[in-house]
Design a protein. Structure first.
Length: 598
């Protein structure tokens, strides 16, 4: 069936707790979301069949759409005919804990880090990174591998034609450990070798009798080159071939799908890469969940993803507090909140992780914690999204005075960021959209001029797998139904005394001028599907994209929140004094209409 023959598309995302289904239909010349349904995921006992939850989610879609999708035997009606059925069915999955990978390399900051980027980009959770320079003894590495029980292992090391002996030594550790897979006891653990091609024969001798070994092109064929594509594709192939086939009910689900089932994070990354390429923009996206926070970025076509496995809003909320401290959380809360009250609310959340705030004070605290989770996850992302380690670079005298070392500068340049997208319950379901906008601004500290958006109902995974089959349909639904455009943030880089001159914003169509002092937040109504041309003129010492003190003429997009001008400084500079923090937060909350009473 060609793209022009596809009128109805059904896509599901099997999450660890909830299975979501969406129905997309062609309306005239474009594709639009029709309805969405969800049901509990049934991959675990007592059901142990993921298709039960999928059928339940589809049944809700049937009821909402008034369209029969399943026949009397519980099978999908395909193709669409006589007001029934669908033309295409697709799915993603992170049920059962998602795809869990252990990485083995030579040098932790070089080949092991490249392998980590490959695994993360394929939608995996990296359980462990083992390297010759990780400070552990051989028996400690062997014991660690035995305890992990990953879904697969990715081995890298050595440039082509370079180091062989030590690569083989790491493979021998894997062979000695004989690690067992997390799912299924009757098959060998998948191992992917993506290292020096000259060592392949010795790697095969070492591992082929104790693992399900496959080999792909070297991740680092030279020090100056990183080739992640083949390893990422093979990880997803092994995910389907070994992992999914062992999970309860997935072999049946795979037979239903018209394309390969993708890991949920890989699908999200896929749609972000497609939009970034089509619109020629730089994107940062985040999915903040109950247990983990995923951060994605595409800068100049280079895709990176990280998983902060201990930063979440329910199961991992205590880890957020432990890592950042109560003081950092309380600095985001307008008004008076006792530290003891915060601790009690966190304990309640740990006991009942699926509950949502019932009172305004609880909402304020949860959103304050979310800001810290986002900030910490983004800091981790920037540490991994860097240039290649071990590459010799020419440096001038100005580089000598910088604090970062050659090859370690992050690829994430917030001044060049075009679009910041948020997803996850705390963002997508915030009672006021301005709350989601401020959590993104406070957590990521965008610079210059940046568009803000949230995923309306978290359909990016389904659209990511749809992009593999029908890119145009995925693009249309993503832009028209998935993204809720919040508006635009203008944030000059620099520091100044609160109340001192910072920037002047002039609307070219009306000539209206706004003088915004340092330390302020301003919110200006600017409806969706509208744009206005501005001239942003910073005072000396501030930069909005053209250099310090230089004016910028730009078009800013509207949204449900509008235009937010943030002159609190970059890096974001909050008062040190607790009382001053509370006073400032109350003022800022009033300025943007963050909460009802302030």
């Amino acid at each position: 069936m060609g793209p022009d023959d596809i009128n109805f598309i059904l896509a599901t995302d099997c999450g660890s707790t909830t299975t979501k289904a969406i129905l997309i239909a062609r309306q005239g010349d474009e594709y639009r979301l029709q309805v969405r349904g969800e049901a509990p995921t049934t991959v675990e006992a007592p059901f142990e069949d993921v298709t039960i939850g999928v059928r339940n989610a589809i049944a809700e879609v049937e009821e909402l759409a008034g369209r029969q999708l399943l026949n009397g035997e519980g099978q999908l009606i395909r193709p669409a005919r006589n007001g029934q059925g669908v033309d295409v069915y697709l799915s993603t999955s992170s049920a059962g804990g998602g795809l869990q990978v252990a990485v083995v390399g030579l040098v932790r900051r070089m080949t092991a880090e490249s392998a980590q980027r490959a695994a993360l980009g394929a939608g995996a959770i990296v359980m462990e990174v083992l390297a010759l320079d990780d400070g552990r003894r051989p028996h400690e590495r062997i014991e660690r591998l035995r305890r992990l029980r990953p879904d697969m292992i990715l081995i890298s090391g050595g440039v082509d034609g370079g180091e062989e002996r030590r690569v083989v030594e790491m493979a021998e550790l894997v062979a000695a450990a004989k690690p067992q897979p997390r799912l299924g006891s009757g098959f060998r653990l998948p191992v992917i070798y993506a290292g020096n091609v000259a060592a392949r024969s010795r790697i095969a001798e070492t591992l082929q009798d104790v693992t399900a070994l496959t080999m792909v092109d070297n991740l680092r064929p030279t020090l100056e080159e990183e080739n992640l594509g083949p390893a990422r594709r093979e990880i997803q192939e092994e995910f389907l071939r070994h992992v999914m086939s062992q999970a309860p009910g997935y072999s049946k689900l795979m037979s239903w799908a018209d394309a390969d089932i993708m890991p949920t994070p890989a699908a999200v990354g896929s749609i972000m890469q497609q939009i970034a390429a089509e619109q020629n923009i730089n994107i940062v996206g985040v999915d903040i969940g109950g247990a983990t926070t995923d951060v994605f970025s595409v800068f100049d076509g280079v895709f990176n993803r990280t998983v902060s496995a201990n930063l979440g809003m329910s199961y991992s909320i205590a880890n957020v507090v432990a890592e950042t401290g109560l003081r950092n959380i309380l600095r985001w809360v307008p008004g008076d909140v006792a530290a003891g009250d915060l601790q009690n609310r966190i304990r309640n959340k740990m006991i009942r992780p699926t509950t949502v705030p019932q009172w305004l004070e609880g909402l304020k605290l949860e959103q304050a914690i979310a800001r810290e989770a986002l900030r910490l996850a983004f800091a981790q992302h920037k540490q991994l999204a860097t240039g290649l380690k071990g590459v010799q670079q020419e440096r001038d005298i100005a580089d000598a005075f910088r604090q970062t070392r050659a090859g370690e500068e992050t690829l994430v340049d917030m001044m060049r960021l075009d679009l910041l997208v948020g997803s996850g319950g705390v963002l997508s379901h915030a009672p006021r959209r301005v709350q989601a906008a401020m959590m993104l601004i406070d957590g990521f500290a965008p610079e210059g001029v940046t568009q803000l958006a949230v995923d309306s109902i978290f359909m990016m995974p389904q659209l990511g797998v749809l992009a593999q089959v029908h890119p145009e349909a995925a693009r249309q639904v993503f832009l028209r139904d998935c993204l809720v455009h919040l508006g635009t943030c203008i944030a000059p880089v620099g520091q100044g005394r609160p109340g001192s001159p910072c920037i002047t914003v002039t609307f070219t169509d009306t000539g209206e001028r706004l003088n915004v002092a340092a330390g302020e937040l301003r919110r200006i109504e600017l409806p969706e599907d509208s744009a206005r041309e501005l001239v942003i003129d910073p005072v000396r010492g501030y930069d909005v994209g053209a250099g310090r003190g230089r004016a910028v003429k730009t078009n800013v997009a509207g949204g449900v929140v509008g235009l937010i001008i943030d002159t609190r400084g970059r890096p974001l500079d909050l008062p040190e004094d607790v009382e001053e923090q509370r006073t400032a937060q109350v003022q800022w909350a009033k300025a943007v209409g963050l909460y009802p009473e302030v």
